[in-house]
Write a protein that binds this ligand. Structure first.
Ligand SMILES: [Zn+2]
Length: 239
């Protein structure tokens, strides 16, 4: 897996198919990237009690990990982390549990990205990753109209003549920061501030004929706080 010119992840064909079969949720882990990696925190990530794809209860079983890189806030160092995955026996899709500090398919962590968008150019991590962060800003600038249309009144009504910085600020104010905003966007709308991606598309099981659990499809009931699902109150956790 590499990075494209806009700082998004470029996924090799085989990997893309694999990821496209999956659903990603964002989980609050309560620690920063360095600690996550050092403590091998992925081993402590529990399976959601309900499959976020099909709604089947108690259907998720351990399905290994995948490795990805993320930057650490403040110092800006790169950290490799393992992302926990589960497999649903009912769908079956893989469900990966991305720690809250990471932005889906983006290398730079949420805290650094948020600082960059706030103009904190003197921070060491922002300085270190400013070229990549500038690409994130361009990706946001290209996507923001679609994002705003997708959000509708999710973050309140758009003021007249709203521009990209104003919409960004409105989302951050509504959620309390990029971490919580990403969680809400991913879980409620299947987008991030920077784009839409296929691995969050839920499958249509309407014609499967299989027995369904009572849980509403698409509503995750995890065993640990998950951003944006209504299970845990979204709040900005600064990794
Ligand atoms: Zn499922």
């Amino acid at each position: 897996m590499g990075q494209d010119r806009d700082g998004g992840w470029r996924i090799a064909p085989g990997e893309f198919l694999r990821l496209a079969e999956g659903v990603q949720i964002i989980v609050e882990v309560g620690i920063d990237p360095m600690s996550y990696a050092r403590e091998q925190y992925q081993r402590r990530v529990r399976a959601p009690t309900v499959c976020p794809n099909c709604g089947a209860a108690q259907a998720l079983e351990a399905h290994g990990y995948y490795l990805r890189w993320v930057t650490a806030a403040l110092c800006g160092l790169l950290v490799q982390i393992a992302v926990r995955r589960f497999l649903c026996r009912h769908c079956p899709v893989t469900v990966s549990c991305l720690p809250h500090f990471a932005q889906p398919y983006r290398l730079v962590c949420n805290e650094t990205t948020e600082a960059f968008f706030e103009g904190q150019t003197q921070r060491r991590d922002v300085e270190r990753w400013q070229e990549l962060l500038a690409r994130y800003r361009r990706a946001y600038a290209r996507f923001w109209r679609e994002l705003r249309a997708t959000c509708g009144a999710f973050f309140g009504r758009s003021p007249p003549r709203e521009q990209p910085p104003g919409f960004w600020r409105r989302i951050m104010d509504a959620c309390g920061g990029l971490t919580a905003a990403t969680g809400r966007l991913v879980h409620a709308l299947g987008v991030t501030p920077f784009g839409r991606y296929r691995c969050h598309q839920r499958r249509d099981f309407s014609g499967s004929g299989r027995k369904r659990s009572r849980a509403a499809p698409g509503r995750s009931t995890p065993t640990q706080p998950v951003y944006g699902t209504g299970v845990a109150t979204p709040q900005c956790s600064r990794a």
